[in-house]
Design a protein around this ligand. Sequence first.
Ligand code: FAD
Length: 475
Amino acid sequence: MTLLAELAAAIGPDHVLAGPAGAPFLTDWRRRYTGRAAAVVRPASTAEVARVVGICLRHGAPMVPQGGNTGLAGGATPDDSGRAVVISLARMNRIRAVDPLNDTLVAEAGCVLQAVQDAARQAGRLFPLSLASEGSCTIGGNLSTNAGGTQVLRYGNARELALGLEVVTPDGEIWNGLRGLRKDNTGYHLRDLYLGAEGTLGIITAATLRLFPLPAAQCVALAALGTLDDALALLARARSGFDAALTAFEIMSGASLDVVVRAFPRQRVPLAPAPWYALLELSDSEGEAHARERFERVLTAALDDGVVRDVAIAESLAQGKALWHLRESISEAQAAEGKNIKHDIAVPTSAIPAFVAATDALLERWLPGVRHVTFGHLGDGNLHYNVSRPESMPEAGFLARQDQVYRLVHDSVQAHGGSISAEHGIGQLRRDELPRYKSPVEMALMRRLKQALDPRGLMNPGKVLPPPARFARPP
Ligand code: FAD
């Protein structure tokens, strides 16, 4: 039988898409990559995923797992050979179990993140992973990219929210590791291998996730700041003043908010112009009045001491949402002004002011008039360091310099002890840069792991690890 006939027999012909029906699965969210595929398949159960993998193995067909296709590194898009089978997990969307006493929930990989949050809330619990793409991305994709988002400061990233996994291996076997245990020292922790592996070691079909108490109230504030050093000083005060109640500490440059207001004139920044702004969120177990009182105490002291220039504390849920909306609109507003060169970097939080000063200066020397749109999760040391073209430079000429901009920024990241991908992953976007920033020993260990778990190299090939010929460390 042909590959397509076997797949149709295994999961039903309606769920094997070829030709134009499969097209929406072949281009990534940013429209940066478009691939081709022999088929897009939509299995509905773990057993069907295992059957699909077994068939692909027999036919030597590469497999590309896909969740909500919101990834920003091109990890879910096949190459243009037309040989791959894209395996969409979207139909695996059941919440299998909720255990409020164990504070766990078992979700299938294709559950949309928002549906997982809703299921937790219905059980009176919180699933805290939160991203702007939460209405479309899936929990399988979140775990495979080790997604971050806005609540990492308090609850950790996706890796820290998964207690157990169910995985279909590249051999088509099913590993049921759906343990809801917080302590389990019984040898190598296989779970951690699959988290953040971007589908290169196997397909996650379900996960046991950690739940938390729902906060009684959430309070949001915006602070205007003179410098990034002030931002770090405010972060230190907020951490010691609020402890675990501080659930977000985001930073936005004044230029980032200018871009938002230009693109969306109905949005308003409730403070006078400033070089930097911090967005703080407090989740309180005692209620709104208590949260506000705590905010006022710490932020008034910061004002009195000159750490912040001005502060707006949201008076209502709607005002809090409007402040978050400013932060969440930056990417879309920047896209409305044309293409820009994006970096998703991490450095130790204490190194952020030095990193930004040094990298801004290097770029300005090399590309006079370049515009910096810098924002991100300051509390996690994670910046979205985006670079827009000088106004006088045509877009094509600016984008032609993209690889040099990446090199300059990422070399600076490395010099400051950082990582070239904080939360979006490597995919195909950063794949060829990886050997420059990881040691040969680390790259060799990663390659040996891949070889051991996926000896035929059929599981999402061309993602994360460069093909062997390109594996040598570039000069
Ligand atoms: P996909 O895009 O479908 O896949 C991503 C990778 O995971 C691919 O390599 C794919 O092969 C693999 N994969 C998917 N499902 C599985 C599976 N079941 N088993 C094995 N491998 C699998 N990311 C952040 O970290 N923080 C943010 O704040 C954030 N904000 C975003 C905002 C917007 C507007 C957008 C569009 C994206 C944002 N992202 C963010 C990126 C993206 O949403 C995340 O990477 C998300 O985790 C991807 O989930 P997905 O289901 O869409 O995965």
